[in-house]
Design a protein around this ligand. Structure first.
Ligand code: PLP
Length: 379
């Protein structure tokens, strides 16, 4: 197969060689960390070291890191069990209208069992402020869930300020942050946000799919989502996925050692945006993205599914929004109240530190050709 020109790193990233090597190595050392003989002890020791690596990247203690199967599981666990913790106080949750489906669908499910959920609307730029959140808090609010980096616009929400506002209103309200698109993509370790619960995922940073983690701040008495053999300190049962975890830790280590990865990612995004604007004057930027790896554009009056398909046929991979939408219009861009022609033509580009100018030039030329040859909804 010819190599594709890939600009969809927010959907998933290729497995890093370091992660693939760690995975293969761990597969050959098959011990169960709970076994009391040498194979088990070795597996438990490696698991301990891998947890320390992830904790170092999050800026927390290893005892605050719990491995899960993915970001979606981490979000489900945090929201479902977090909301329950303060059950006697109330059943009101605050989140945003621009969360990933892993959060939105979980909140909708809780609505069906009697919770009330407030969905904060963003402005035209995709931003939500701390004052806006503070105004939505109520005496019966038990949980706030706010993402760090929006997966479609790259906008960074002011999570640290929001945590302060929430805790000033009522320290018992739990704060969950879906940081799946923020992990190792923003300069500060995530625990500094001050949130009680933080969800991250491996496949966005070069680990294989099927591994994630939830940070649970010391002192937060979250009950398990999965019950069973009592692994992960009794909070997430299931024999630990030692090979996935080893690969996750290796991907984390590789990112930590690549000190200028954020600057390189931002530079290639800036280059691509400036080339695109020059080559295709009708293209509009919905959001240049605060995070270095994501931006959103539109070709007003075009059909983004068609543009994405035509680009894909020519070997260039971009997205019309979150990969999880499968052709449905983006709820994020709709919540931003963009005009219909902009919604129709919305595209997301996402980058890696290793994306090249040559790849960017291929994207620009292919998108220009598509814009010149395709019909618009006005034609
Ligand atoms: N949250 C955000 C912001 C995401 O972008 C994604 C994946 O695209 C998820 C959660 C879900 O993560 P996972 O694919 O690991 O379940």
């Amino acid at each position: 197969m010819q190599p594709l020109t890939y600009f969809d790193y927010a959907a998933t990233a290729p497995v890093r060689p370091e992660a693939a090597a760690a995975l293969t190595d761990a597969l050959s050392r098959f011990g169960n960390p709970s076994s009391r003989y040498e194979y088990g002890r070795q597996a438990a020791q490696r698991l301990k070291e891998d947890r320390e690596t992830v904790a170092r990247a999050l800026g927390c203690s290893p005892a605050e890191v719990f491995f899960t199967s993915c970001g979606t599981e981490s979000d489900n666990w945090a929201i479902r069990r977090g909301a329950e913790l303060n059950r006697r106080k109330g059943r009101h949750i605050v989140t945003t209208a621009i969360e990933h489906a892993a959060v939105l669908e979980t909140c909708r499910d809780l609505e069906r069992s009697g919770y009330e959920v407030t969905y904060l609307k963003p402005d035209r730029a995709g931003r939500i402020g701390a004052e806006q959140l503070a105004a939505a808090l109520r005496p019966d609010t038990v949980l706030v869930s706010m993402m760090l980096v929006n997966n479609e616009t790259g906008v960074i929400l002011p999570v640290a300020d929001c945590v302060k506002a929430v805790k000033a209103f009522d320290p018992s309200i739990l704060f969950h942050c879906d940081a799946v698109q923020g992990f190792l993509k923003t300069p500060d370790p995530l625990a500094r946000l001050g949130a009680d619960l933080i969800a991250v995922s491996g496949h966005k940073i070069g680990a294989p799919k099927g591994i994630g983690a939830l940070y649970v701040k010391k002192g937060v008495r979250l009950r398990p989502l999965l019950t069973g053999g009592g692994q992960e300190d009794g909070l997430r049962s299931g024999t630990e996925a030692t090979a996935q975890i080893a690969a996750f830790a290796a991907a984390v280590r590789a990112a930590l050692e690549d000190g200028d990865r954020l600057a390189r990612t931002a530079a290639i995004k800036d280059y691509t945006l400036s080339q695109l604007k020059q080559a295709i004057p009708k293209l509009e930027v919905i959001s240049p993205g605060d995070a270095p790896h994501i931006c959103a554009l539109t070709l007003p009056c075009y059909k983004s599914e068609v543009v994405v398909r035509v680009l894909g046929d020519r070997g260039v991979c971009v997205s019309s929004g979150s990969a999880c939408h499968r052709g449905k219009p983006s709820h994020v861009f709709a919540a931003m109240n963009l005009p219909k022609p902009w919604l129709d033509g919305a595209l997301r580009l996402s980058f890696s530190p290793d994306s090249t100018r040559q790849e960017a030039d291929t994207l620009v030329q292919t998108l220009k050709d598509a814009a010149d040859s395709l019909f618009t909804t006005l034609s």
